[in-house]
Design a protein. Structure first.
Length: 313
């Protein structure tokens, strides 16, 4: 059976994949400690790159912001594995330790001349527009644009991905959470000590979340196209197996050896790769299952897209 290949955030889609050896070494070290975090860094960079393109950022800023995103969680190298990879919910004390990855990552970048230009990634990606973020509790006017972009990409991937400590959350549900985080809430209004303009803000920049929705929709439709291509391939093979089945029945019911050989040779014209008379029914059933599975997936993706198209920021 032809192998279906589709990676939602394959790094080939990342046009500015230009990390030098120093950064690659840092990320390799990160990946060697925690495969989830390594994949998360790659995903956030890819999403950040797409966001920048949809926001019509310059090529230079897009490349800069993308590298910042790759490095945003670099500080987790020094977070104890028993906390970073804990399968259960973190305690308040453990969460405080996790939060230090922002300042640790920032200090790592500052100490390395090659990484220093990208220190904004680790430092600002958990700051919130309404001042409820960390490590500094900055508000919108003091949070660099790259930090605001990476925050949205980071939050999206962290929720939608399969993590060691929680189950998978649907794409539309994830976007609803991000949209909710663009709105001010009573708790933040009571805790922040800033002007009235800040009190009207949520955690996320709504303009960036709007663009994220466009990115996600485009990716969904691309995935549907990839799935549909595979469904078409499976359908053609199912038709081929139907022809083989007809010949097989004639082969079974043939009265003479000459007739049997005739239908057997005719069947062989339709076989590919390792298919034969003994195994084609099994392979045919595998194709049927794959066909139904992919058709269901396409239906689910279309339904998800319909929900997302109705979302308002």
């Amino acid at each position: 059976m032809k192998k279906e290949v589709f990676d939602f955030y394959d790094r080939t889609s990342l046009k500015s994949y230009n990390l030098d050896k120093t950064m690659q070494d840092q990320l390799n070290a990160l990946g060697s400690l925690d495969v989830f975090t390594r994949k998360h860094c790659e995903n956030v960079a890819a999403i950040t790159c797409r966001l920048c393109e949809y926001l019509h950022c310059s090529k230079g800023f897009t490349e800069y912001c993308t590298i910042c995103a790759y490095l945003h969680d670099i500080g987790k190298i020094f977070i104890p594995a028993e906390i970073l990879q804990k399968p259960a919910k973190l305690t308040d004390e453990e969460y405080e330790v996790i939060k230090t990855h922002t300042t640790i990552g920032y200090e790592m970048c500052i100490k390395d001349l090659k990484l220093r230009p990208y220190s904004a990634g680790p430092y600002y990606h958990h700051e919130a527009l309404n001042g409820t973020g960390y490590p500094q509790g900055l508000t919108k006017k003091d949070i660099p644009y790259e930090g605001q972009i990476i925050r949205v990409a980071d939050e999206y991937d962290a929720i939608v991905s399969k993590r060691q400590y929680k189950s998978h959350v649907g794409i539309s549900d994830t976007l609803k959470i991000l949209i909710e985080n663009t709105k001010p809430n009573q708790q933040s209004q009571n805790t922040i000590k800033d002007n009235s303009d800040t009190a009207k803000l949520g955690k996320n920049n709504p303009a960036i979340v709007k663009v994220l929705i466009k990115v996600v929709l485009d990716d969904l439709y691309y995935e549907i196209t990839c799935c549909q291509d595979y469904v078409d391939y499976l359908y053609e093979n199912l038709k081929r197996f139907e022809k083989i089945e007809k010949l097989y029945n004639k082969f079974i019911n043939a009265k003479t050896e000459d007739k049997k050989n005739y239908f057997l040779e005719y069947m062989k014209l339709y076989f590919i790769e390792n298919e034969n008379v003994e195994n084609f029914h099994t392979i045919w059933n595998d194709y049927k299952s794959a066909y139904e599975l992919r058709k269901t997936k396409i239906d689910n993706l279309y339904n998800e897209a319909k929900i997302i198209k109705k979302l308002k920021v």
